[in-house]
Design a protein around this ligand. Sequence first.
Ligand SMILES: Cc1ncc(COP(=O)(O)O)c(C=O)c1O
Length: 471
Amino acid sequence: VHISAESSVENLDEMTAEELWQADIDHVVHPLSVWPVIKEKGCTIMERGAGVYIYDVHGNRYLDSSAGLWSVHIGYGRKEMAKAAMQQLEKLPQINQFGDSASIPAIQLAKKLSEFTPVGLDHVFFSNSGSDANESAIRIAHNYFRLQGKDNKKLIISRAGSYHGSTIVTSSISGKFADPALPHRPKLHYLDDLVSFVSSPDVYRMPAHLQNENFCDHLIDELEKRIIELGPDNIACFISEPVMGLGGVLVPPPGYCEQAAEVCRKHDILFIHDEVITAFGRLGYMFSSSERFDVVPDIITCAKGITSGYQPLAATILSDHVYDVISAAEATEPFAHGFTYSGHPVCCAVALKNIEILERDKICDLVLDQSSYFEKRMAELKDEKLVGDVRGTCSIFCIEHVADKKTKAGFAPELGIGARLAAETLKRGVYVRAAGNLLFISPPLIISKDEIDMLVSVLKEAERSVARQLS
Ligand SMILES: Cc1ncc(COP(=O)(O)O)c(C=O)c1O
């Protein structure tokens, strides 16, 4: 009822599909992309969406197994979302939120979010992207300690393989790109002095002498040793994703989040949970921290699913004790950090509508009800020749490809395994996000069992086709 996909293939705003393809190559600088490849091959240009499907400019339909970028939780084409945006655009598109004026949707959204956050996390700082939310969390953590006279507490502990954003600070704390231990660290400048990386909870690649039962203790020991080595008086925060996304959808061993938070508390270090991917239903709860992982962080960051990607919006949610310090009477200087579009009224109105839909359509329950089916079907891919591991939970998965299942050695990057697989699925009507040897699966949360079946059978066909190409 709520989902539509009106075709307008005839009228692509007065450019033909070919002209659009060429203009994209000539004028658009794509984010996080290999530019020579785009210049040579161009892109598949998407025009519209409905439910779990997106359509390209030629009218071809694809099941979007990446939900935009892990974001379109409620699916595409929801007219009521457009209406919510339009109504707020007509009323008040923007105001100055610095200090002395506020907007109705931002107030309502902050109040609504505090209904779902773990107890005591009731204060919301809005921004526009996951990167902004994490950058803001770190600046708030620094300010929190500075105001207590602990100016040295600046270091950030992050994890190998993590992704927290693309600003200079958030990329520097993203182990996926900035970890000095990486064999091929991308050659950008990073703030190496600000961050220290500990191991990721990668069960598939855990050291050979460990077992599932003692892997968690091993990781927690490493974290505490690192804290002692660096000196707790020099460390502001530990940042982690509940389930690591771009690092390969790593679900931590039981107890990991709780114990990491406990170690942080013991050493007066803020525990920041980056729920940019995991919040708003991806793991079956509005926030996964307390409901799935039994942890109450000092700060939660979120973005993506907050509007289901219909508008850019993010939030840095602070616990009472953090907010009490940064807003105490002594904090008389303005906090020199904020964005023109912080708490943008239109984005907040769209987020409110998105949350209304998530609740009304019981989308979290749908994810939980379907999770064991989805997990079981995805696990079938483990038998495919090129697949080393399939992991994930609820509605987020990763398929890791290896050249040798025993040694777990990956394929050489030149083989472009992920890209080949993505091309094969695209031919068969499924859009998949690939990075190196990894394929990421995180469709809109409204995916049905039939659509899961279709997705898994296309993935199998693509795996077999690429395996044939390689032999
Ligand atoms: C866990 C996590 N944190 C932060 C970000 C950055 O979000 P954005 O791209 O909105 O800046 C991402 C993006 O994928 C993410 O996955």
